[in-house]
Design a protein around this ligand. Structure first.
Ligand code: UDP
Length: 313
């Protein structure tokens, strides 16, 4: 039975990845300091003999006895509002946290997978984004704390691979949505869905002409799991190429929720990328992977989840 560590294990993606690993027969140790994670995301694992949770900040020295086969480094604030509020923690977990987890992988001879991001491409001048595009990032802007931390994390991961021979993997994650996102993390999916369910205006930033491409969480996790099994060390984009403007996305959410909400235009945040769409050619050929869940199906499941969260308030 392989043993895997998932940092950020009580987060949105970390908890879904944990479920997938458990279903594939792994033992899982989840590490999370609950800065943006929540134990509600792992409460269904209470009493599972194959799961253990450790509350720790992964920027501190990690002491984990026993054999470890795989480390998935998913700890980080990940929404623009979170990393604006937590700039230093975001930089530390991407840099010091990646160093600590790579050090653990080296010591345990474990495989390693870094959760990187489409933010490595910044406000991209190449469209759609292929893995060999180096990006257009403002290092000193408000998003720089996340973008540069993740770019450093990629550099550190490749250095441990090349220098120490650690078997590493890097996934560049594009916009993903689904149950267990935080209702108030400020990202567009929870924001629009909760506004639509409450009948409040949807806050579209700028003129809503900026684009994103949204991937349902189960598709993303399947792609990441396949990448973890592959003999490939360079970054791989995982995301859904179904690109739309934020205004179209707002209209879609109003339609699916059957809400009477209107749209309220607000100022565009600094350095908000104008367009984003993953080129998934590499994932298709390497992993035989492509997303399967359509937007309407994924949004319906996500809306049900947020409806439950709002009912509990
Ligand atoms: N956005 C919006 N209204 C909101 C929240 C976000 O119009 O209430 C926009 C945001 O400006 C960006 C897109 O939606 O263009 C996606 O934002 P998100 O924070 O989800 O993630 P990003 O893709 O920017 O990292």
């Amino acid at each position: 039975m392989p043993t895997s560590i998932v940092t950020g294990g009580a987060g949105f993606l970390g908890s879904h990845l944990t479920d997938k690993l458990l279903s594939e027969g792994h033992q899982v140790i989840g590490i999370d300091n609950l800065l943006t994670g929540n134990t509600r995301n792992i409460e269904h694992l209470a009493g599972n003999p194959n799961y253990r949770y450790i509350k720790q900040d992964v920027t501190e020295y990690l002491y984990i006895p026993g054999e470890i086969d795989f480390i998935f480094h998913f700890a980080s604030p990940a929404s623009p509002i979170d990393y604006l509020e937590l700039p230093i923690q975001t930089l530390k977990v991407g840099s010091l946290g990646t160093h600590k987890t790579l050090g653990l992988a080296k010591a345990k001879k474990a495989k390693f997978l870094l959760a990187s991001t489409s933010e490595c491409y910044g406000d991209p001048l190449v469209h759609p984004q292929k893995e060999d595009y180096w990006g257009n990032v403002n290092p000193i802007g408000p998003r720089g704390v996340y973008d540069e931390a993740k770019r450093f994390a990629e550099a550190m991961t490749m250095a441990y691979h090349r220098t120490h021979g650690v078997d590493t993997h890097i996934v560049r994650i594009f916009n993903t949505y689904g149950p267990r996102m935080r209702l108030r993390d400020g990202r567009v999916v929870p924001a629009f869905v909760s506004q639509a369910l409450k009948g409040q205006p949807l806050t579209v930033f700028g003129d809503g002409g900026q684009t994103r491409s949204f991937c349902y969480v189960s598709d993303l996790i399947e792609g990441i799991y396949r990448l973890s099994q592959a003999d490939f060390h360079e970054p791989v984009n995982i995301g859904n190429p179904n690109e739309m403007t934020i205004k179209q996305f707002a209209e879609q959410i109003i339609k699916i929720t059957g809400s009477a909400s209107t749209i309220d235009y607000r100022p565009l945040p600094v350095d908000d990328p104008k367009q984003r769409q993953p080129d998934i050619t590499r994932a298709k050929s390497l992993l035989n992977w492509e997303p399967k869940v359509g937007l309407e199906e994924g949004l319906t499941k996500t809306i049900d989840y947020f409806r439950g969260c709002l009912d509990q308030e």
